[in-house]
Design a protein around this ligand. Structure first.
Ligand SMILES: [Zn+2]
Length: 293
């Protein structure tokens, strides 16, 4: 039987197991990142066709979900054998090319798997074996999916941000989370409203949309998980990292005629949120000790 004693007896073994588990989950996160936006697009087309039958649009009748069809090469459509689907290793073995048609496979797939493994390692080493750790891992996996989907499509799916918010509230309600229910609920309200007000101020003064509604929902969820006290740190970390990388991106693309004017803010919010879930107390202590004296 697996109990806390066994886990405490072999701490390194369990750390390795959790990291390997994270890498395998990373492989599934790649599927979510690739398929969820396509599923949302298909649902949107179906809804549109149903609501406005007078506008003829073609809806592809091939239903896709997260488990079906099995993994296949997007170019030659060959079904990928399990041996060619081992996280990270298969990509290295095939030198980043499809085993059948030789098409290049993006390095992002093994990177997402490695990132998921690294985040699992850090989360488990930080919180140790507990029920809360399992939920913190789920939190991290949902954030990874949301961040990459936002980077690809500039959309943060409700199907990720809302369950994240409700799950965080449930953990505070049941006392699994160290954040009190009052701090969680306040975190959701302030998180949502502060970006919502920024959005409207920006829109009134510039006539442009600075961010999307998904960002408000994501910050509300982060406020629930980390407590309202962590919100200033999350906003500061995400805006500093986001604007620094944004300026670098603009500078790198300075010779391109078509400048991209939209930035996905979700990845920076997600990274800052995960960082705060682990280290918000250290950051606050450091701030009180060094800045406030
Ligand atoms: Zn292929």
């Amino acid at each position: 039987m697996l109990n806390t004693e066994t886990i405490n007896e072999y701490p390194t073994l369990f750390l390795i197991l959790v990291t390997l588990f994270g890498i395998i989950i990373g492989s599934f996160l790649n599927v979510i990142i690739y398929r969820l936006p396509q599923m949302m697009h298909q649902n949107w087309l179906e809804d549109f066709a149903e609501t406005f039958p007078e506008y003829p649009i073609s809806v592809p009748d091939k239903k896709m979900n997260l488990s079906l069809p099995g993994s296949f090469c997007p170019i030659c459509k060959t079904k990928i054998k399990p041996i060619h689907n081992v996280p990270i290793l298969s990509w290295l073995y095939l030198k980043g090319h499809c085993a059948y048609c030789g098409t290049k496979i993006s390095i992002r797939y093994p990177l997402v798997e490695a990132l998921s493994g690294a985040i699992s390692y850090l989360t488990y080493s930080h919180f140790g074996p507990s029920a809360y750790t399992i939920f913190c891992l789920i939190f991290a996996y949902l954030l990874i999916s949301a961040a990459f989907i936002d980077a690809d499509t500039k959309l943060l799916p409700d199907s990720i941000t809302l369950p994240l918010l409700w799950l965080g509230l449930l953990l505070s309600l049941t006392g699994v989370s160290p954040v009190s229910l009052q701090d969680s609920v306040t975190g959701a309200i302030i998180g949502y409203l502060c970006l919502w007000s920024l959005y409207w101020l920006f829109k009134i003064f510039t006539g442009k949309e600075g961010m999307g509604y998904g960002d408000f929902k994501l910050l509300a969820a982060l406020g629930v998980w980390c407590g309202w006290q962590a919100l200033p740190i999350i906003v500061l970390l995400s805006s500093v990292s986001g604007s620094t990388l944004g300026i670098i991106q603009l500078w790198m693309n300075r010779h391109h005629k078509e400048q991209t004017t939209t930035f996905a803010f979700g990845p920076y919010l997600a990274l800052a949120g995960w960082f705060c879930l682990l280290w918000k107390d250290d950051i606050m202590q450091w701030y009180i000790f060094h800045i406030l004296g």
